[in-house]
Design a protein around this ligand. Structure first.
Ligand SMILES: C[S@@+](CC[C@H](N)C(=O)[O-])C[C@H]1O[C@@H](n2cnc3c(N)ncnc32)[C@H](O)[C@@H]1O
Length: 254
């Protein structure tokens, strides 16, 4: 069985950057860059004359970025900035493009985050605000109740590095940007599927994350192990199905 929408981390971040329509020579920002999964594609898109800035508040992630992109940093094609997404050190209108993927749910002041991204865009510049909708994950399992508890519990679980968590953030993005004062907003939606739990698959990682979280949700190790074992059997029998929704808004500043 084959799907062109099978999850592929590298390809996903390349597709995000394609949606940004970055031009050679542009000055672009990855707002909440994490370990820098979008940076290689952004650096390619801006070319030798452009510049990429990667901002995050987590020192560990930025150290990871710095070690993988030391040549680009030395060449001044990439700058790493440790700051809060709600109070960036950038001047008004500094960037041609701002990419902000899977960050909005982490902050309490979502409108303020959108306003900050808009402030630092030049007139005519573009913001790509993207988010998975973790609460919308589809997972075929014969144990309907336990699967629902795990999927919804994971979606709303606040990680230590988050100020807030909102598992439905993908579906809430259109409403968030609707009245933010952009000249235009184009909405995009993608669905990524996996048919197995093989190492490196999104579904394989996701099932492990659910199993790790289960005790916090009041689900015993034994019950979750049985549930995961049943999924593995479903793979062998060709009945496994997993899908991850993503929603994005390409917002153009007037
Ligand atoms: C789920 S990760 C997404 C990373 C990256 N955009 C990606 O798609 O791989 C969210 C990132 O946002 C960062 N973050 C969350 N709240 C933040 C804040 N208030 N200021 C700066 N960074 C923040 C986290 O440190 C984390 O690296």
């Amino acid at each position: 069985m084959h799907s062109s929408q099978k999850w592929d981390t590298v390809r996903f971040h390349e597709a995000l950057v394609e949606l940004c329509e970055i031009k050679s020579g542009n000055h672009v920002l990855d707002l909440g860059c994490g370990i820098g999964r979008s940076l290689a594609a952004m650096l390619d898109a801006v070319g030798g004359e452009g510049k990429v800035v990667a901002l995050d508040r987590m020192a560990r992630s930025l150290a990871d970025v710095a070690s993988r992109f030391d040549r680009e940093i030395n060449d001044a094609r990439l700058e790493v900035v440790q700051a809060d997404v709600l109070a960036t050190p950038f001047r008004d209108g500094q960037f041609d493009v701002v990419l902000c993927q899977n960050v909005v749910e982490c902050v309490n002041e979502r409108e303020a985050l959108v306003a900050e991204a808009k402030r630092i865009l030049r007139p005519g510049g573009r913001l790509l605000l993207g988010h998975h909708d973790f609460d919308g994950i589809i997972l075929a399992s014969e144990d309907r109740d336990l699967t629902r508890r795990l999927v919804h519990g994971f979606a709303d679980h606040k990680q230590a590095w988050q100020d807030a968590a909102e598992g439905r953030m993908g579906r809430l993005l259109p409403g968030l940007v609707a009245n933010a004062g952009f000249a235009s907003v184009e909405l995009e939606a993608k669905l990524f599927v996996d048919f197995d739990l093989s190492p490196g698959s999104y579904a394989g990682d996701y099932v492990r994350w659910l199993a790790d979280l289960a005790p916090e949700l009041g689900i015993s190790d034994e019950d979750v192990a049985h549930w995961a074992g049943r999924l593995a059997a479903d793979v062998a029998e060709g009945r496994f199905f997993f899908a991850l929704p993503w929603i994005g808004a390409v917002c153009r500043k007037s």
